[in-house]
Design a protein around this ligand. Structure first.
Ligand code: GDP
Length: 440
């Protein structure tokens, strides 16, 4: 069976997927995304060079890999070319031979960006904290059966008719909230210009991926955002608009569930969250300084927006939930080195609500704001783990922490990351992840 592995963030995102996907990409023929748009942000460091990827799969950094933007994605053609041009200027080949854009993916158009702003303004204090890039409104149009798919945009009459119809409604909303109405001709002209340029990249990626899997080629499916931001399973309504979890990979690529041979969870040794929404283990009040220390050491600022991330302790209760929904085969544990400066490390093992133990991850965000985390406290190690490449070289307390997290999630740790560089990595020999890295 061909190797088809899905990589998913287990928390609220920014777990360091970029580095891990980059590490794995070498051992795969194809790297595909399946949901989201240019609201994702991976930073990959290769020696002195930094690549920031928002829309194009990280496989692009590796010669000879095919990158797929799957049908479950929403694509802003303007953002696509901004990124493609930037990567090309850094010496990468972003050509139609290497990058395939699904004909079934949905387009993000200028009115989606405008609607994203009005929708957040309308919500006021209840705002979701979106990246204002039109992702949510494009998914709303998709579910509302008004969306414009990549393939539709190639037929000028169809594109114009849909823009006319959609703008009529969109402009009403935009104007009602004090925004500037958009002009049909301008939107049509801009979109046609961009989609004509996009035409050589457009393909039936479902057919391509299925054929590749049949022919035994390996596929790495790269998630964006993360489990707790999934539209169904996440901390609704403070979520993204797509299915970020393992099941979404099947929907967003057109590969049947049985084709997927493994799921890798990316788990950070602590937790962060960008934007609004409940966050039980956030370091607040007495712990604000610790939060700042972690933010500084872990460089916890959004790759897409530059926003400072909220920092908190490891939440084993939430991560166990993530392991369950995604069915993690293996876990890559990232940013161990960031905790080097701590004397003590807390891990949340469960929640209490109104004096009672919570049995399963709360469905209601209001409840999640009220829960009291139950913590275990583990000793820190207070020495540098940066760049360590063998488990046996880790300080004892760091090793104990890694093993504790593995038990708490009930999943093997396939890899521990001890720095942003590719070689600052400990591989766990004999793990499922190790096997994926040993085969093509
Ligand atoms: P992603 O969206 O999940 O890929 O996360 P980001 O790329 O936004 O955040 C990861 C950041 O942490 C990047 O700056 C990485 O280079 C960095 N990073 C990844 N792994 C490690 C690690 O093990 N240690 C440290 N110190 N930084 C890491």
């Amino acid at each position: 069976m061909s190797k088809v592995i899905v990589v998913i963030g287990a928390q609220w995102g920014d777990e360091g997927k970029g580095k891990i996907v980059d590490l794995l990409a070498e051992r795969f023929d194809i790297v595909s995304r399946y949901q989201g748009g240019h609201n994702a942000g991976h930073s990959v460091y290769v020696g002195e060079r930094a690549f920031v990827l928002h829309l194009i799969p990280s496989g692009i950094i590796h010669r000879g890999k095919t990158c797929v933007l799957g049908n479950g994605m929403v694509i802003d053609p303007k953002a696509f070319f901004e990124e493609a041009d930037r990567l090309a200027a850094q010496g990468l080949e972003v050509t139609p031979e290497r990058v395939l854009v699904s004909s079934r993916a949905h387009l993000i158009l200028p009115y989606h960006r405008a609607l994203d702003h009005t929708s957040e303004e309308r919500l006021g204090n209840e705002r979701v904290g979106t990246t204002l890039r039109g992702i949510g409104p494009a998914y709303e149009d998709k579910a509302g059966r008004r969306g414009i798919r990549v393939a539709d945009a190639l037929v000028p009459e169809v594109l114009r008719a849909r823009i006319e119809r959609n703008l009529e409604d969109a402009n009403r909303i935009i104007e009602a909230y004090g925004g500037q109405a958009l002009d049909v001709e301008e939107v049509f002209a801009e979109t046609s210009r961009l989609t004509e340029r996009l035409a050589p990249f457009i393909a039936d990626t479902t057919h391509f991926l299925n054929r590749a899997a049949r022919e035994g080629r390996s596929i790495l499916i790269e998630g964006a955002q993360a489990t707790l931001l999934d539209v169904d399973h996440g901390t609704y309504p403070f979520v993204t608009s797509s299915s970020t979890t393992a099941g979404g990979a099947s929907i967003g690529t057109g590969l049947a569930p049985h084709r997927i041979t493994g799921v890798l969870g990316i788990v950070r040794t602590y937790t962060t969250r960008v934007g609004e929404g409940p966050f039980p283990t956030e370091m607040l009040e007495g712990e604000a300084e610790l939060g700042q220390l972690i933010r500084k050491r872990g460089r916890e600022y959004g790759a897409s927006t530059g926003r400072p991330r909220r920092c908190g302790w490891f939440d084993a209760f939430a991560t166990r939930y993530a392991a369950e929904i995604n069915g993690f085969t293996s876990v890559a544990l990232t940013k161990l080195d960031v905790l080097d400066a701590l004397d003590q490390i807390k891990v949340c093992t469960g929640y209490r609500l109104d004096g009672r133990e919570v049995e399963s991850f709360p469905a209601v965000s209001q409840d999640l704001r009220r829960v009291e985390p139950v913590y275990d406290t583990l000793p820190g190690w207070n020495t540098s783990t940066e760049g360590i490449t063998e488990m046996s070289r880790l300080p004892l307390n760091a090793r104990a922490y890694v093993e504790y997290l593995s038990r708490a999630m009930d999943v093997e740790i396939g890899l521990v990351s001890t720095g942003p560089e590719r070689d600052q990595t400990i591989l766990n020999p004999g793990s499922a992840l190790d096997a994926w890295l040993k085969t093509q």
